[in-house]
Design a protein around this ligand. Structure first.
Ligand SMILES: *Cc1c(COP(=O)(O)O)cnc(C)c1O
Length: 355
């Protein structure tokens, strides 16, 4: 069945192991993030096999999927919990990232009613403008957490790169350490400093990570070996972990420029096309529902991705040396965004390979 996604579990494990080793040299504990693979239990187990003891995901359903399938780890919820899901949070999660006292208060009530305690990490926004107390107000806000008896404030953390692409630097990460020190001055001890994601790995690789940062939450680098925020392949890691395959439905030579007056496509995007004369175009059975076409990288040279609608992907194969036929399969590497879509699409069959 096509389209399908080949998942190389051994290679993902290898990536995880290399990052675990790098992190160990800096006394950093690595949390393996599974959200881009929807908490896929086999991929989660590959991370655990590599020595990762805590897995993080943004969705409770993914955490439940891992638990139900025997993934043996501690679980961190890395998206702020909805107040409406706190019962489930308490049932499924060991540690949760938070940024609202209102939510902590509600969480504390649920915990109290069950006679339980739970670890939390308070998020601090150091410039990315996603979740977290604004760094200037963080100390004031975070000291208020200690009055909630059933939550244990074990750390502060930040997230960078995902929404606005702010890069981690020794300077901005040091803000977390200053906040930790100010809290210590107020008698609030913060053992964990959780400093972010794949885009932060760079600081370990080039040895500029401020001392005291002791947790990293990493997904993309493990699963794809890439760092989209810095637009790079991570040299010490493998990028051949995933392969998306799709079948050719139609193969015809046509003009490269559409005929007629051009306006927006099915997704409201304006078509901009250069006239390159007659080109050989293949239509593949794959679409926006399964991928993000700008994040597809053909494995063979001479193939160029043109664009996609919901269920059709057009690639230009004019410069390919292979004599393509209808029914042939074309293979791609995927970006983070394309992987997220293909994992989410029920139409993409996932095929697991042990190596
Ligand atoms: C997605 C996410 C991560 C992991 O990001 P990667 O870029 O996949 O490494 C870490 N922390 C939080 C809060 C996230 O939302």
């Amino acid at each position: 069945m096509y389209p399908r996604l080949l998942v190389h579990l051994g290679r993902i494990e290898e990536n995880a192991r290399r990052i675990v080793e790098l992190a160990r040299r800096f006394n950093v504990d690595l949390v393996g993030i599974t959200k881009v693979v929807l908490g896929d239990p086999r991929i989660a187990k590959a991370m655990v096999k590599a020595g990762i003891r805590t897995l993080g995901d943004s969705r409770l359903l993914n955490i439940r999927r891992m638990r139900d399938n025997g993934v043996n780890a501690r679980f961190q919820l890395i998206r702020l919990p909805m107040i409406s899901e706190l019962e489930l949070v308490v049932e499924l999660v060991d540690c949760v990232l938070v940024s609202e006292l209102r939510t902590i208060e509600a969480l504390n009530e649920v915990l109290k009613s069950k006679g339980r305690k739970m670890d939390i990490i308070y998020m601090v926004d150091i410039g990315e403008l996603r979740e977290g107390a604004w760094y200037k107000e963080a100390v004031e806000e975070i000291v208020k957490v200690i009055k909630y008896e059933n939550v244990r404030l074990i750390g502060i953390g930040t997230n960078l790169g995902c929404l606005n692409g702010v890069l981690a630097t020794p300077q901005n990460l040091s803000i977390l350490l200053e906040i930790r020190d100010k809290l210590a001055g107020l008698g609030v001890d913060i053992p964990l400093i959780s400093a972010g994601n794949t885009s932060t790995l760079f600081l370990m690789e080039n040895n500029t990570l401020p001392e005291g940062i002791n947790q990293f939450r990493v997904g993309e680098a493990i699963v794809l070996g890439t760092d989209v925020t810095r637009d790079r392949k991570i040299e010490m890691l493998r990028q051949d972990t995933m392969e998306l395959q799709a079948e050719i439905l139609e193969l015809k030579s046509k003009p490269s420029r559409p005929l007629g007056e051009l306006n927006k496509d099915a997704f409201g995007r304006k078509t901009v096309v250069k006239d390159r004369g007659i080109r050989k175009r293949a239509i593949l059975a794959l679409g926006e529902q399964d991928i993000m076409y700008t994040g597809l990288y053909p494995l063979m040279s001479g193939i160029e991705v043109i664009r996609a609608s919901s269920d059709h992907l057009v690639v230009d194969v004019t410069d390919s040396e292979k004599n393509w036929k209808v029914g042939d399969i074309i293979s791609f590497r995927v970006s983070y965004g394309a992987l997220l879509r293909s994992m989410t699409s029920p139409y993409v069959e996932k095929v697991y390979i042990d190596d």
